[in-house]
Design a protein around this ligand. Structure first.
Ligand code: GMT
Length: 379
């Protein structure tokens, strides 16, 4: 099948899911066309089954806001016609489902029918999408999608509560490519980051408010008072500067390493002992799953879809949002001795394997088949 994928090209989250999905689809013989404003971060290989089409938004002094949706929908129309695309898969409703719908309608005027699958990722619903300024347009474009999927049961329920959805929402969880991690535990360069006997704790995110970055620092601060530890903070975002200041104020700046955005997440996770994810909301928690497949247990909040990934007392522990003391207590429980840590590490990788792409990809392919067949009802 020829599939056009629309996503954000950025680090983490929906962009990574869309990119990894596209790469795997191409490996299974599909032709995949990414349409977005920059080459997606994890998309290194372009070949005759993976294409990238850049959306340009020309500057014009009259525009206070540059009309990205307009440029995207025009690019979609051109790409779909030129490459005879069979199906459009948009990741993150805003503004992708809206632009996709416009492209669909423009193509229908020319007698071309392209089904659209929309995957809801989280903040497109729980934070941004429900804002009154966006809600009617988001509601409309979800309902106009041919098939709607959500990355967790929790996000599905949240979407049904917030919006007036006439469509069925199908849950297809996020995934991980287990084969990529098979040999990754042999070449960990742990000694470059911490001394012998020090535990390495990691947090990876886009450093937005929703991630509760100060909680990460406060939890770590209390842990390092009880056992030797280092904290590795990976990512960039608005909360980073405040986090660096908080580390200085707490006198732990020498124990916290800020690495910025990284393409070497696996290397970092390879030598990590614990992952912290105390988010305010999280539709799934892909970062936690990436940690788990790298044998890293998770201390998280019990919000949104995280309990569908991090299993209480098995792969880590979950606490109420902001319950720092309980998170510290649980972290110490996991880290205090080698045997317990090893048990949680092994459980984590076992649980993560349930989300292997080989199990999840066929679910998307089945959705594509169904959406594709729907074209016959619509032409
Ligand atoms: O984590 C973020 O804030 C980025 C955001 C995105 O869409 O790029 O992530 C959302 O989608 C991810 C992939 O489906 C989920 O794993 C994250 O839990 C979700 N983030 C939130 O719900 C806050």
């Amino acid at each position: 099948m020829k599939i056009a994928i629309v996503c954000y090209p950025t680090f983490g989250g929906s962009g990574v899911v869309a990119t990894e999905l596209g790469i795997s689809l191409a490996n299974r013989g599909h032709e995949v066309h990414f349409v977005t404003y920059r080459q997606p971060v994890r998309l290194e290989l372009l070949n005759n089954s993976i294409y990238f089409h850049e959306v340009h938004v020309p500057e014009y002094p009259l525009f206070h806001y540059q009309p990205y949706e307009l440029a995207l929908s025009s690019k979609l129309v051109d790409t779909i016609k030129l490459y005879e695309i069979d199906l459009l898969h948009v990741h993150y409703a805003i503004p992708h489902a809206y632009a996709g719908y416009m492209a669909k309608k423009m193509l229908e005027e020319e007698g071309i029918y392209v089904p659209m699958v929309t995957t809801l990722h989280g903040t497109d619903i729980t934070l941004v999408g429900k804002h009154p300024f966006y809600k009617p347009a988001v509601n409309f474009s979800i309902n106009q999608s041919d098939i709607v999927t959500s990355v967790s049961e929790s996000l599905k329920q949240g979407t049904l509560e917030i919006f007036d959805i006439q469509k069925e929402i199908e849950v297809i969880p996020n995934f991980i490519d287990k084969s990529k991690y098979k040999n990754s535990f042999t070449d960990c360069q742990r000694s470059t980051m911490a001394k012998e006997g020090e535990r390495i704790i990691t947090h990876i995110s886009n450093f937005r408010k929703v991630k509760r970055i100060p909680d990460v620092i406060k939890v770590f601060n209390k842990i390092q008072k009880q056992l030797p530890a280092k904290l590795i903070m990976v990512g960039e975002g608005p909360e980073k500067e405040g986090a660096e200041r908080l580390c200085e104020d707490l006198g732990i700046a020498n124990k916290v390493i800020f690495l910025g955005n990284s393409n070497e997440i696996d290397k970092i996770l390879c030598f990590s002992d614990l992952f912290l994810l105390p988010s305010q909301t999280e539709s799934f928690g892909l970062a936690a799953l990436e940690a788990m497949i790298n044998k890293v247990p998770v201390i998280s909040s019990n919000t949104g879809g995280i309990p569908e990934v991090n299993i209480q007392g098995v792969t880590g522990f979950l606490s109420d949002i902001g319950n720092i003391d309980e998170m510290v207590e649980n972290a110490i429980f996991i880290l205090k001795d080698k045997k317990t840590l090893e048990e949680f590490k092994n459980n984590s990788v076992k649980e993560a394997e349930k989300f292997d792409i080989l199990k999840v990809l066929p679910l998307y392919e089945e959705v594509y088949e169904r959406a594709y067949k729907s074209r016959f009802k619509n032409v």
